[in-house]
Design a protein around this ligand. Structure first.
Ligand code: GAL
Length: 728
C-alpha cells in the first residue's frame, strides 16, 4: 500500500556549496520550510539570498520497503536543485515554483537500518536561464527548500496522477470523469482492476466504478473512469462544498489508493461577464505575491492558509491572481475550502528567453496544470509571461498545451498593451490607464491596476492614503458598471519585497492595500466594505485636527456596508449620511462622504471624540470611535492563533500596534517596541522593532517541544503587553 510521510524534519543546512564528504559539523539543524537566510523586513540587499547552499538529511527508512518504490517529492525549492543520494546524483530541477520528484529506490542502502545520505545542492542565484529571470523582475524570489517535502512509498504498479473533472453540472446529465495514470515499474506486464468512488456526499456513497486494466512493463497508461448521474451539491462562493473521491488499484487486495478533493461547479468567462454555476458574478480581487517579511517564501501551511482567509474574510474579495507564478498547495487548498476564485499563472516577468528557457516555461505550464487542475477554486490559467511582448509561436504552444492538459478551463495571458495578439480565451489585461479602458476583445478581465501609479505607505500622509483608497474605489466602481468587463483585480493585496530597481529603495514595493505584514491601509477598508458580510464602519481618516489645510478632517470618507451612518462628536449627533450613490453608482456599497458639518478646529478645541455609527435596517450595527487627543494609550499585541503545532516549523503572526484609547493605530507613533519570549518557541523578525505606520508584526515559531509560549512587549511610556499561546 501507498504511504506518504512528511519529510520536513531533521535536515542539515549550510549556506555554502559543500561536497558529500564534508562533515556534519559544518551544518546546522533546520526544519522545512526553510529560507536560506533570515532577513529584516526591508533595508537589505537583494543579493543577500543569492548564493549556493547545501541541504542534507541522514535517514533510515521510516518504513520497510516491502517491495515498494520510494519517491521523494519536493513541493518547491528556489531556484535550481541538484539532488543526490549516497553519492549518486539523481538529477537537477530548474525552477522554484513547481514540484519535482525523484525515485530513490535503486540507490538506497540495502540494509534498512543503515543511514542514507540525501543531499541537495541548491543554487538560489537569479539564474538567467530559468524563468522568471533573464532580466529585471519586480519582486524577490528568495532561496531555500521553502516548501514541504514528502517521502512517498508506492507499489511498483501505482497511480501516478489523477485528474477529476465535473461536466455539464447544470444540466440533467451531469457527470464526473477521472483520468487516472497508472505506472508500472514492476518489470512485467500487469493486469489489475481500477476502482473509483467518484462521488460521495457524507454517508451517501454513489456507485463504485471499476475497470479491468492492462499496463505493460515500464509504461504509464491513462485510463478514464466516468460516473453518470453523480450525487452532488454545487460548489459556490458562499457554500464551497468539496467532494472526496477515492481511486484504487485492487488485485488480491488494495495495492494503491489516492484521495482527491474536487467539486461540482461551472465557471465561464463570457463576453457579457463571468458566470459561476450560470449566475453572473462580478469579479473583484487583488494580486498576491507569496512572500512574507523576514522569511521570504518559506511560510508554513498555517500562514499560507491565513493569506487566503485574509483575502476572503478581511478583504472581501472573490478572486485572487497568484502573480506571477504557481503558489503553495496549502494556499490553493484553502481557496477551495472557503470559496475564493483563483487565476493562476506561470512564472515570468516582461521577458522571454531563448528556446531552452521557453522549454522550461512550457514545462512550467505542464507542472502547474498537472499539479492544480483538481482545484475548483482555479477558474483561469495564465499561460503568458506577465507583461511580455507577443510571441506567436511560443504562446500558441502554451495555449495548446494548457487546453490539452485541461479542456475544462479557459486560458488567459497577462499583457499590458491592448493591441496584443489575442491567442487566449480571455483577454487578461493590466490596465494602468487609471480608468477602465473600453475592451477591444471579450471576455475581458483586468488583472492589475493602480500599483506603481500610486505607491502608498502606512506612514504616508493621510491625503495620500485616502487617495490610494479612492483610486481602488473609482476603478472598481467603473468596472462594476461595465457588462463587457468580467472583473478587476487590483495591484495588489500586500506590500512585498523587491529589487533595487523597483519600489522605494528600501526593498519594499508599497503597492498593497495592506502592508507587508498583511495589516490594512485605508484601501483595504474599501475592499472589506464591498465583500464582507458582517457590518463594518471604517473611517478613512486618522482624525488629525489641522492636517487638511482648512483645518480638521472635513470632508472625510467612511467605508461601510451599512445602509446609512451617523456622525457624532462626543454625544452630539451631526446628522445621518447616505452612501455616495452619485459618484459611485455601481458599487455594492458606495463609500459615505461626510462634509460640511463643522468649521475648522471645532473638535480640536473641544476635544470631543469622533464616533461614526452604521445602521442596517434601521438598527445600529457597527461603529468606530477615534479619540480626539491623538495620544498613544495602548501597546496592543495579538496572535492570529492560540495554538501551534510543536513541529519546529509552525508559525503564527504576532501583530502589534500603538493605538489611541479606542484601538486605532497611530500612524506616526514610531516607538521602538521590545520583545521577550519564554517557552517553547522563538520570535522571527526584528527585535527590538522600530515601528512604522503604527503597526507591524513578527512571527512566533514553535519549537519541537510542546508547551506554553509567552511573549511580552514593551514600548516607552506605555503599559506592557503580553500574549500566551500553546504549542501541542
Ligand atoms: C506591473 C507588474 C507587476 C508590478 C506592477 C506594479 O507592471 O505586472 O508585477 O510590478 O506593475 O505596479
Amino acid at each position: 500500500m501507498r504511504s506518504v510521510l512528511a519529510f520536513n524534519d531533521d535536515w542539515l543546512y549550510a549556506p555554502e556549496d559543500l561536497p558529500a564528504s564534508a562533515g556534519d559539523a559544518q551544518f546546522t539543524a533546520v526544519t522545512l520550510p526553510h529560507t536560506n537566510i533570515d532577513l529584516p523586513h526591508r533595508n537589505f540587499d537583494n543579493f543577500d539570498y543569492q548564493f549556493i547552499s547545501t541541504y542534507r538529511k541522514r535517514f533510515t527508512l521510516p518504513e520497510p520497503l516491502n517491495g515498494r518504490r520510494l519517491y521523494i517529492d519536493f513541493d518547491g525549492a528556489m531556484i535550481s536543485a541538484t539532488v543526490s543520494i549516497n553519492g549518486r546524483v539523481l538529477g537537477d530541477h530548474d525552477g522554484g515554483y513547481v514540484p519535482f520528484s525523484f525515485d530513490l529506490t535503486d540507490y538506497l542502502r540495502d540494509d534498512v537500518s543503515e543511514a542514507n545520505l540525501l543531499q541537495v545542492r541548491l543554487d538560489s542565484t537569479e539564474r538567467p536561464d530559468i524563468p522568471p529571470y533573464g532580466n529585471v523582475v519586480d519582486y524577490l524570489t528568495f532561496g531555500g527548500i521553502y516548501r514541504d517535502v514528502h517521502l512517498r512509498y508506492v507499489e511498483p504498479v501505482h497511480i501516478e496522477k489523477v485528474f477529476v473533472r465535473t461536466l455539464d453540472v447544470l444540466t440533467d446529465k451531469p457527470r464526473v470523469e477521472a483520468d487516472v495514470w497508472v505506472k508500472n515499474q514492476s518489470g512485467s506486464d500487469v493486469t489489475t482492476t481500477l476502482f473509483g468512488n467518484l462521488s460521495w456526499i457524507g454517508e451517501n456513497v454513489a456507485s463504485e466504478i471499476s475497470k479491468n486494466i492492462e499496463v505493460p512493463a515500464g509504461e504509464t497508461i491513462k485510463f478514464t473512469l466516468v460516473e453518470e448521474q453523480p450525487k452532488f451539491e454545487l460548489w459556490t462562493l458562499d457554500n464551497p462544498v468539496l467532494q472526496d473521491c477515492y481511486i484504487s488499484l485492487i488485485q488480491q487486495h488494495v495495492d494503491d489508493q489516492v484521495e482527491v478533493k474536487y467539486a461540482f461547479r461551472e465557471a465561464a468567462f463570457k463576453a457579457d461577464g463571468f458566470t459561476l454555476n450560470g449566475e453572473h458574478v462580478k469579479l473583484i480581487g487583488l494580486d498576491r505575491h507569496q512572500t512574507y517579511p523576514y522569511i521570504g517564501g518559506a511560510a508554513p501551511e498555517r500562514l499560507q492558509r491565513k493569506d487566503a482567509d485574509i483575502l476572503k474574510h478581511e478583504l472581501g474579495t472573490n478572486i485572487v491572481r497568484t502573480s506571477h507564478y504557481p503558489q503553495s498547495p496549502h494556499f490553493l487548498d484553502r481557496c477551495d475550502e472557503i470559496g475564493l476564485l483563483v487565476f493562476e499563472e506561470i512564472p515570468g516577468w516582461q521577458f522571454i528567453g531563448d528556446n531552452d528557457w521557453q522549454a522550461l516555461s512550457l514545462r512550467d505550464v505542464e507542472s502547474m496544470i498537472t499539479r492544480d487542475r483538481n482545484h475548483p477554486s482555479i477558474v483561469l490559467w495564465g499561460v503568458r509571461i506577465n507583461e511580455s511582448w507577443d510571441d506567436e509561436a511560443f504562446y500558441t504552444a502554451t495555449n495548446k498545451l494548457a487546453h490539452e492538459l485541461d479542456p475544462t478551463r479557459q486560458t488567459g495571458g497577462v499583457r499590458f498593451f491592448q493591441e496584443s495578439q489575442f491567442l487566449e480565451d480571455v483577454f487578461t489585461f493590466n490596465d494602468f490607464s487609471n480608468t477602465i479602458v473600453e475592451p477591444l476583445h471579450t471576455p475581458h478581465l483586468v488583472t492589475e491596476f493602480s500599483g506603481h501609479m500610486f505607491p502608498t505607505k502606512t506612514f504616508d500622509n493621510e491625503e495620500r492614503q485616502v487617495e490610494h483608497a479612492l483610486r481602488h474605489t473609482r476603478i472598481q466602481n467603473q468596472q462594476f458598471g461595465m457588462r463587457n468587463v468580467t472583473g478587476a483585480i487590483g495591484w495588489c493585496a500586500f506590500d512585498y519585497n523587491t529589487h533595487l530597481n523597483f519600489g522605494s529603495g528600501d526593498r519594499i514595493c508599497y503597492h498593497g492595500v495592506m502592508d507587508i505584514f498583511r495589516l490594512p491601509k485605508f484601501a483595504a477598508y474599501f475592499y472589506e466594505s464591498q465583500g464582507v458580510e458582517t457590518p463594518v464602519v471604517r473611517i478613512a481618516s486618522f482624525f488629525t485636527p489641522g492636517d487638511r489645510g482648512v483645518g480638521g478632517i472635513d470632508p472625510f470618507y467612511v467605508f461601510s456596508n451599512c445602509d446609512e451612518v451617523e456622525l457624532f462628536f462626543g454625544d452630539e449627533s451631526y446628522g445621518r449620511y447616505q452612501p455616495d450613490h452619485e459618484n459611485f453608482p455601481n458599487l455594492p456599497h458606495p463609500p459615505f462622504l461626510i462634509s460640511g458639518f463643522a468649521h475648522a478646529n471645532m473638535w480640536a478645541e473641544q476635544r470631543r471624540d469622533l464616533r461614526v455609527v452604521g445602521y442596517k435596517d434601521g438598527q445600529a450595527a457597527a461603529e468606530q470611535m477615534i479619540a480626539a487627543d491623538g495620544v498613544p494609550k495602548q501597546l496592543i499585541m495579538r496572535v492570529d492563533d492560540a495554538e501551534l503545532h510543536a513541529d519546529g516549523a509552525d508559525m503564527t503572526r504576532l501583530v502589534f500596534m500603538i493605538t489611541d484609547k479606542y484601538g486605532n493605530r497611530l500612524p506616526y507613533a514610531n516607538l521602538v517596541v521590545s520583545f521577550e519570549i519564554e517557552g517553547a518557541g522563538e520570535l522571527i523578525g526584528e527585535n527590538p522593532f522600530a515601528l512604522v505606520g503604527g503597526q507591524a508584526a513578527l512571527y512566533v515559531k514553535a519549537s519541537k517541544q510542546a508547551g506554553t509560549i509567552t511573549v511580552r512587549a514593551s514600548a516607552p511610556r506605555l503599559p506592557a503587553a503580553e500574549v500566551t499561546l500553546k504549542s501541542v
